[in-house]
Design a protein. Structure first.
Length: 306
């Protein structure tokens, strides 16, 4: 992330220099995780830089804020335009965009009283999330010893900052064991998702993916891949998935804004399929990248020009 003096951050509707985008150490969110955020990507297209499914991300940010009762001092339209503005202001091409709405500096105490919400948007270049070569070769994963936080404890369809303590525990453990990513099971022992991605199985030419009752974040990339697959005549079964099913899947892959479509070639020493990116994954991945890069005229509506 640049801090070269030229980068600006959008803050409650105004651009501020990178170095000035600071908050007090007594900010509510720092203590209690009371923030909600988004991860969005913009890509270069033949018609210029465009943000992928920006409206859906803005809608989810406002849903997350509602779920956690975080009052928003700006409108969805301001955030929508702010994401585009911050890309232009920083002269970025393909990049990652991070809006965050957090409870700022006010009285501490779990019950937030008279605490202002601050809304910021940053944008910066971010390459392959799970390492160089991951999109082509696939990654090695492990089942986490940590259970995915449950929807009886958190609104799991929201993207709350504090929820990511669960993800951080899981991904740290996975990396320490020499794997690229963790797969978390839900409280019932069914497959939920990765620390920052949704998970798909390819079984006999069909897709299978866990549903919201497995405490997943219903990803926008997940939805995009389901729609892209459908256009190819590939159906998706949304249902609970047992751990053992992973080992027998023909292919596995992760989806996420940061992770895009990342093949999984191993789970705890179990080789998945041929141990490399499978043909269905490759087909969907190729179509996904064509879509985000504006090469699929049928899905232009998913792109917001900068
Ligand atoms: N589950 C989790 C837990 C998750 O964090 C993400 C996104 C997804 C699923 C996929 O959602 P979507 O991006 O709408 O397809 N994770 C974001 C944060 C990653 C990070 O390290 O920070 C992301 O991909 O931007």
């Amino acid at each position: 992330m640049a801090g070269d003096g030229k980068t600006s951050i959008w803050w409650n509707g105004k651009l501020v220099p990178f170095a000035d985008a600071k908050t007090h150490v007594l900010s509510h969110c720092l203590h209690y995780g009371t923030g909600v955020f988004e991860g969005i990507r913009a890509y270069e297209t033949p018609k210029g830089v465009a943000v992928f499914r920006l409206q859906e991300h803005v809608d989810r940010l406002f849903f997350s804020a509602k779920a956690y009762r975080i009052p928003m001092p700006v409108t969805p339209k301001q955030v929508f335009d702010g994401c585009r503005e911050v890309i232009r202001a920083n002269d970025l091409r393909a990049c990652y965009i991070r809006p965050l709405a957090f409870l700022g500096h006010g009285p501490l105490g779990v019950f937030p009283k008279n605490v202002p919400t601050e809304v910021v948007i940053a944008a910066y270049p971010w390459g392959a999330y799970l390492g160089e070569g991951s999109l082509e070769k696939g990654i090695r994963t492990t089942i986490s010893s940590w259970t995915r936080l449950h929807h009886a404890s958190f609104p799991t369809a929201a993207k709350g900052s504090g929820q990511y303590l669960n993800s951080t525990l899981a991904v740290r453990e996975a990396r320490e064991k020499g794997f690229e990513e963790a797969i978390l099971l839900d409280r019932n022992g069914n497959v939920a998702e990765g620390s920052g991605e949704n998970l798909f199985l390819v079984v006999k030419g069909r897709l299978v993916t866990p549903g919201i009752d497995s405490s997943i974040l219903p990803g926008i990339t997940r939805d995009s891949v389901i729609q892209i697959a459908k256009a190819f005549g590939i159906e998706t079964e949304v249902r609970s998935v047992s751990r053992g099913e992973l080992y027998g899947a023909d292919e596995l892959f992760f989806t996420g804004t940061a992770a895009e479509v990342t093949p999984i070639r191993e789970v705890d020493g179990y080789v998945i399929g041929e141990g490399r990116r499978g043909p269905v994954t490759e087909k969907l991945q190729t179509a996904f990248f064509r879509t985000v890069k504006g090469e699929d005229p049928a899905r232009e509506a998913w792109l917001a020009r900068v």
